[in-house]
Design a protein around this ligand. Sequence first.
Ligand code: PPE
Length: 302
Amino acid sequence: MNKLADKIWMDGAFVEWENATTHVLSHALHYGAGVFEGIRCYNTEDGPAVFRLTEHVDRLFDSAKICRMAIPYTREQVAEAILETVRVNGLKECYIRPLAFIGLGAMGLYPKNNPINLIIAAWPWGAYLGDDGLNKGIKVRVSSFTRHHINAAMSRAKVSGYYMNSILAKQEAISCGCDEALLLDAQGYVAEGSGENIFIVRKGRLITPPLTSILDGITRETVITLAEDRGMKVHEQLVTRDDVYTSSEAFFTGTAAEITPIRELDNREIGPPGPVTKQIQTLYFDVVKGKNPAYKSWLAYV
Ligand code: PPE
């Protein structure tokens, strides 16, 4: 793998990229027992700024609580270590990946005294679904894989092991010539993408699925706030796949995916990015890049 940055924060200290390794019997490697975040830092006029740092750190701690993993640092220490990781690597715009995981100790499913390790990495990461995807929209397919049932996986937690479900869905979508998958929940309603939440515009209403079996996306919440601050109500309601087929606009939201328009689902054309999608996209990029003073409190300057 190419070296993506100089240093990685590992259990309280920075180590060289090459030395950020762990034992093959680390518990998390076998059972997926890790919780993580995906955060972006954008370059602004006043220097690099991490978008919604507090919310991401809070979600990391919520994920850990749900999994009964005690992260051996305070939220403030983790937030500061995230900023420091961007700083020491001299990055202006990057993606940041904190990961807390059950480390080396007992094997088996009762890791009573195993340590909880924490790493924070940061590296430059461009448009998740390509620049073309951001500008023209992507081709999506409903996955044959169902999103986790809410009593099989806790969807408020961002758990490493859950992502096998996303990997299966994404592989299938790509092997079918699409860019991304749309997963349905165990009842058959639209849930989310492999790594994104979804919004649609149908009959003039902006709609997104409720927070049942989906990740409580920070970008989703950002979009709801931005829309509602402009008098555009967001309806959180159940969505069916044919609601999406017959929508006038659809887009994915996520830290990595940002605001990515969906131009086609299951060979049903939705169309090129429409006015609502474009407006939200412009607003979002202005906000994350510090160009909208009303939302400066969402930025943590590096
Ligand atoms: N749903 C899922 C399943 C998901 O993984 C993400 C983020 C979202 C919704 C959107 O959440 P938020 O980033 O808070 O708006 N997916 C992360 C991981 C992507 C990856 O490939 O790794 C991300 O966007 O950082």
